[in-house]
Design a protein around this ligand. Structure first.
Ligand code: 5GP
Length: 184
């Protein structure tokens, strides 16, 4: 697979083929675990839109999809330490099983905030499916029920993840090269 011209400052970390294979495994496991249960798949915007779109197609169950917008990063590569809701759920999750779909668990701050927030809405259960986790930066103990890949402590882009709103449309997860980070 080649890197698109607009992203010649990105190195592939997880290829399209690897993403596809892992998502198929996650989808099968989720299908088994939630069989016969009322399931809401909650995509966290913006970063998980591409992963979520592929994941729900790998889940062979009737389900609802909802979205929440959360932001802790500005245009920087470091979290601001404050989580904001930029868009709320459109339907109640009371008495439903909620599967949160996140792009990456980094320090765990966003997930901690979200778990507390959802808890007050009385769902039957809440589980987490995250495409990526960066254990080197973990500050809060977050149990990820369905994990795609563990990655090193590098700032990643692509497959929904951005840097200053760029690179979300890459079909793979990549790392910004040193040159490029130094120019910023
Ligand atoms: P946390 O609250 O766990 O520190 O960070 C979670 C959020 O920070 C993720 O949902 C994602 O939006 C952003 N984030 C953390 N690490 C990265 C990264 O390496 N690349 C990008 N693009 N976003 C990241």
């Amino acid at each position: 697979m080649s890197v698109p011209v607009f992203a010649d400052d990105v190195e592939i970390l997880i290829s399209m083929e690897e993403l596809k294979a892992r998502i198929a495994v996650l989808g099968e496991k989720i299908t088994r675990d939630y069989f016969g249960e009322p399931l809401t798949v909650l995509l966290i915007l913006k970063g998980s839109f591409m992963f979520g779109a592929d994941l729900i197609r790998a889940i062979d169950l009737p389900l609802s999809v909802d979205f929440m917008g959360l932001a802790s990063y500005g245009a920087d590569t470091e979290s601001s330490g404050v989580v904001r809701i930029t868009q709320d759920l459109s339907n109640p999750v009371k008495d439903r099983h909620v599967l949160i779909v996140e792009d990456i668990v980094d320090t765990g701050l966003t997930m901690k905030y979200l778990l507390e927030n959802l808890g007050s809405r009385k769902p039957s259960s809440v589980k987490i499916c995250s495409l990526l986790e960066k254990p080197a930066r973990s500050s809060y103990e977050i149990e990820i029920d369905y994990l795609g890949f563990t990655i090193p402590d590098k700032f990643v882009v692509g497959y929904g993840l951005d840097h200053a709103e760029r690179y979300r449309n890459l079909p793979f997860v990549g790392v910004l090269t040193r040159d490029c980070m130094e120019r910023r």
